[in-house]
Design a protein around this ligand. Structure first.
Ligand code: GLY
Ligand code: MN
Ligand code: MN
Length: 435
């Protein structure tokens, strides 16, 4: 794996040009309450370039005239603290296990930065992500400026580092896709387990527990985001995470849950009947969302614009809503008026990777990006008929449905990473009834 990280650094260094320096701190540890921390998760860009997962670490890449250096700053080894809190690699480990050319204790960061920054033309650094660290760099720049009379030059350019790294992260390598496939497999299994366990009268949090149990048993240390377990009308709240209501006989259950594996996210939504059988209205809307999703997935192909699968989903949904009587009027006019937005208020997906809403641009020169092999995106149309929607007959109200898969663009089309999670209504009913 160190070669994979090294390859990424080499690609970045190439784009940085001569006499430049990249500076990238990892995430900071966050207090949950008093002296309890949230579980630490490294910054995605930092991990992408280093593979180093300890807090209090900073990567520096120095591109000088004839050579480049990969430098890691990290916590020093400490016998007592390691007894209390666990192993630390220390600068020695950073060199031996992570391939750093040089490594220093984090306390040496300021003095080393001042030493190296004078004489560097361009600094690659992302402002606005870590305000404390922004201050460190501002002070360094100021201090160099004040030394100008002794012949020290301050860097002439500060350039956004994430502008490059996020473009890089948009195209996944085969090693990354392997991790993402694993994350999707873990989550698919959890969705199946949820279908098998679900019974009327259970609480949403019992299903949430089942999902987390299934994730962790398979080696995922955390959900990639807070799981949404939304019974009945709760599914109409797009980011519902309270997960503490009773699941009623006759309602649907929408689960949006993805496992994180090796710092890669999966993001899967399945919607199924709490009692194992869709009602007529539920089935009609469910099949419509599925038709929209299948049609959208077909448009995930190299060379096709990023907007095409969304527009396809919108067309299928609009047509279907007219047929079912939830939208009334002329199809073309309804499309023009975005009439679907009463029932479908989000876009059909997003990039997926180390971050669930992954980085990378969607447009370039005002144009939607064309899909390329190695891009990974979610395809997640839905319909949400608010319980208070007076525009439609009562029998449709309070139904919320989303179907979400993780799709990688291949050279010849696409591959659905989350295909193991059943989504045809008949299959779902069969699984639930056999449980
Ligand atoms: N789980 C968040 C989303 O689907 O975008
Ligand atoms: Mn999503
Ligand atoms: Mn989702």
């Amino acid at each position: 794996m160190t070669t994979e990280f090294n390859k990424r650094r080499q690609r970045l260094l190439k784009q940085m040009g001569p006499n430049s320096m990249a500076i990238l701190p990892t995430a900071t540890e966050k207090i949950r309450n008093r002296d309890v921390h949230y579980p630490f998760r490294p910054d995605s860009d930092f991990y992408y370039l280093t593979g180093f997962n300890e807090p209090e670490a900073v990567m520096v890449l120095l591109r000088e005239k004839s050579k480049s250096r990969f430098i890691l700053f990290c916590r020093k080894r400490d016998k007592t603290l390691e007894i209390w809190n666990g192993h630390r690699y220390g600068p020695e480990g950073a060199i031996e296990q992570f391939g750093a050319d040089e490594a220093y204790e984090i306390e040496d960061l300021h003095s080393k930065l001042s030493e190296w920054m004078g004489g560097i033309d361009r600094i690659f650094y992302t402002l606005g992500q870590d305000h404390e660290f922004d201050q460190v760099l501002t002070q360094q720049a100021e201090s160099l400026r004040n030394q100008s009379r002794s012949g020290v030059n301050e860097p002439s350019q500060f350039i956004s580092l994430s502008h490059i790294t996020h473009q890089m992260r948009l195209i996944k390598s085969s090693a990354e896709i392997k991790s993402m496939q694993h994350a999707a497999n873990i989550a698919s299994e959890a969705h199946i387990q949820a279908m098998q366990h679900c019974k009327p009268g259970m609480n949403e949090y019992e299903i949430d527990a089942e999902l987390t149990h299934c994730f962790m048993k398979q080696g995922s240390r955390s959900p990639a985001y807070q799981s949404i377990v939304a019974g009945g009308k709760n599914a109409c709240i797009l980011h519902y995470t309270e997960n503490n209501a009773v699941l009623n006989d006759g309602d649907l259950l929408l689960i949006d849950a993805g496992a994180e594996y090796a710092n890669y996210a999966s993001d899967i939504t399945r919607t199924f009947p709490v009692n194992g059988r869709f009602s007529e209205e539920q089935r009609a809307l469910y099949d419509l969302v599925l038709d929209a999703q299948l049609a959208a997935i077909k448009k995930v192909q190299p060379g096709v614009g990023y907007n095409v699968h969304h527009d396809t989903a919108v067309r299928v949904l609009t047509k279907g809503l007219i047929k079912l009587g939830l939208l009334k009027g002329d199809y073309k006019q309804l499309i023009k008026d975005n009439a679907y937005k009463d029932f479908y208020m989000h876009r059909t997906g997003h990039w997926l990777g180390m971050d669930v809403h992954d980085v990378g641009p969607y447009k370039q020169d005002q144009q939607w990006l064309k899909l390329r092999p190695g891009m990974v995106l979610t395809v997640e149309p839905g319909l949400y008929i608010s319980p208070n929607c007076k525009k439609v007959a009562k029998r449709w109200r309070g139904i919320g449905i989303r179907i979400e898969d993780d799709v990688v663009v291949t050279r010849t089309g696409n591959k659905v990473l989350s295909a193991a999670a059943p989504k045809h209504a008949d299959n779902i009913e069969a699984i639930m009834q056999a449980a």
